[in-house]
Design a protein around this ligand. Structure first.
Ligand code: PEP
Length: 259
């Protein structure tokens, strides 16, 4: 079975301007250095607003940081008359590794459909970015016990038309909408149920080796106090962390969940 390196990714959302981003990233790097963090055992990513990326790149390069960084979205287009959009090639030029795609806040506030999410995933992959494809159910769906089929339908939509080779570059984040920013965390069993279902679905769509290679993260009110029990589940390969990633000491504790 493929060895999957856990990924802890901090989604800063629309917080921290470029100066605050530098301070936060420096503090995170120092804290992890003090703790002698081995980045080959747990990968660490920050996902700042677009306007911070150049500053983040400068700091990462200057201090030779092993922290990688991502963007919170990407355009489905490569260039042209798309005011306000960001092409994936602009991001790779800034050293960006990941692009979050289909976050529930984009689906909800910007009416992003599975078709658009799929187009963004393809566009990101085409430029060498690794998509972090977000899927997950709303509260009414969970109450109706429909979380598995609804989440898997989003997964199918997001991955449509990809080859197995491309899917291996994708990180899937299972984020139940009712647990995002609410302080309400899914239980480790809830997280495992969906992360496992996602992996089984990838095996059905592709093959077992591909399913074993894809990292599946959990996201939704992850904190240092609950991360270890979630990470103990076999199909959870990391976390997409919102609020708690804005505090570098707290995020460092999440990264260091094994210590
Ligand atoms: C997120 O927005 O991806 C997220 C998981 O947020 P929070 O950790 O704040 O719930």
């Amino acid at each position: 079975m493929a060895q999957r390196t856990p990924l802890m990714a901090g989604n800063w959302k629309m917080n921290l301007d470029h100066q605050q981003a530098i301070q936060t990233l420096q503090k995170l790097a120092w804290t992890l250095k003090d703790a002698k963090h081995d980045y080959s055992t747990v990968e660490v990513a920050v996902i700042p607003p677009f306007t911070d990326l150049r500053s983040v790149q400068t700091l990462v390069d200057a201090d030779k940081l092993e922290i990688v960084y991502g963007a919170q979205d990407v355009s489905a287009h490569t260039s042209g008359a798309y005011t306000g959009e960001i092409a994936p090639a602009f991001l790779t030029k800034l050293g960006v590794t990941y692009a979050v795609i289909g976050h529930s806040e984009r689906r909800e506030y910007h009416a992003e459909s599975d078709e658009l999410v799929n187009a963004k995933v393809k566009n990101a992959l085409g430029a060498g970015l690794a998509p972090i494809l977000c899927v997950g159910e709303k509260l009414d769906v969970r109450k109706a016990g429909e979380q598995v089929p609804v989440t898997l339908a989003q997964l199918d939509g997001g991955l449509a038309g990809l080859t197995a080779e491309q899917v291996r570059e994708v990180v899937v984040a299972y984020e139940p909408v009712w647990a995002i920013g609410t302080g309400e965390t899914a239980t480790p069993e809830d997280a495992q149920e969906l992360c496992e279902a996602i992996r089984v679905r990838i095996a059905e769509l592709y093959d077992q080796d591909t399913a074993d290679a894809v990292r599946v993260l959990y996201g939704g009110s992850v904190k240092s106090s609950n991360v270890a029990s979630i990470m103990a589940k076999p199909d959870v390969d990391g976390a997409l962390v919102g609020g708690a990633s804005l505090d570098p000491e707290e995020f460092a504790k999440i990264v260091r969940y094994q210590s």
